[in-house]
Design a protein around this ligand. Structure first.
Ligand code: 6GU
Length: 262
């Protein structure tokens, strides 16, 4: 996966994603990241990239020309490398976009190249958006000063879905949202901290019991904190509750029998 970020603040993107797991993925070559400065492509002799909006109103707008020419330069680079530049998606980071979620991250991770366009000020001239943007994406219902943080959020979430980015140690499958459920609580050494014991079942060595306990914990936590996700899970996992009822009935029967025998 090759990320191309069109931005007025390239150093913000490179600094923000240069460390930890994403930094390692870049060094390994599992992903690549370039941040292209839109200002480098302005034809304005004072290097200006913004102007007042027609019709009046607060703030400045990013002009069409520098954004369009940056996009063209990136497409050309992709073409020169033998990439499929005609079909490269261009994601515009905007609070007016569709809310970003895990399934979108998974979908974007299948692309070979991805162009992320970061706006600033009051936004970007509509005409260039119409011309180049394929996806409008938001990271939540609040307003930020620019698209750089949302782009970084997206790149992080997408990258960890790219094969080779996560090692076994940072495993991607059994975790929050992979099946609507929030992650179960986890514990490391020591066994007792501030008088709090690690749950006994985790020390038992009984893998089946541990798995059952973790699923129960996930369900409980999701129901409490994100009932919307819990209900989706219940809808798609009816058989879990049927099996659980059967298990419970078997257990009761066994106990009753034991009671009679004694
Ligand atoms: Cl994608 N961009 C900006 N500027 N603000 C946002 C956002 C995006 N998502 C939420 N707020």
């Amino acid at each position: 996966m090759n990320f191309h970020v069109l931005t007025l603040f390239p150093e913000m993107i490179l600094q923000g994603l240069g460390t930890s797991i994403i930094g390692r993925a870049i060094s390994k070559g599992s992903i690549s990241l370039e941040a292209v400065n839109i200002r480098d492509y302005t034809l304005n002799k004072h290097k200006k990239v913004d102007d007042y909006p027609y019709g009046g109103g607060a703030g400045m707008l990013m002009q069409a020309q520098p954004v369009y020419d940056t996009w063209k330069a990136v497409r050309e680079k992709i073409r020169a490398r033998g990439g499929n530049e005609e079909n490269v998606r261009v994601v515009y980071m905007t609070p007016q976009g569709k809310n970003f979620c895990q399934s979108m991250a998974r979908e974007f991770a299948k692309e070979e190249d991805l162009i992320l366009l970061c706006g600033h000020y009051e936004g970007i001239d509509e005409r260039v958006l119409e011309e180049i943007v394929t996806d409008y994406v938001s990271i939540g219902d609040y307003v930020l000063t620019g698209g750089e943080l949302p782009a970084m959020v997206m790149i992080d979430a997408i990258s960890r879905m790219v094969p080779g980015v996560l090692t076994n140690e940072d495993s991607g499958e059994t975790e929050s949202f992979s099946n609507y459920l929030l992650e179960y609580p986890q514990y490391s050494r020591p066994e007792v901290w501030m008088d709090k014991r690690v749950p006994e079942v985790l020390l038992s060595g009984d893998h089946k019991k541990v798995e059952e306990w973790r699923l129960e914990q996930s369900l409980e936590k999701t129901k409490k904190l994100r009932n919307d996700l819990y209900e989706k899970w219940v809808e798609e996992n009816q058989e879990y509750f049927i099996k659980k009822e059967k298990r419970e009935a078997r257990r009761l029967k066994k106990e009753r029998k034991k009671g009679k025998l004694i």
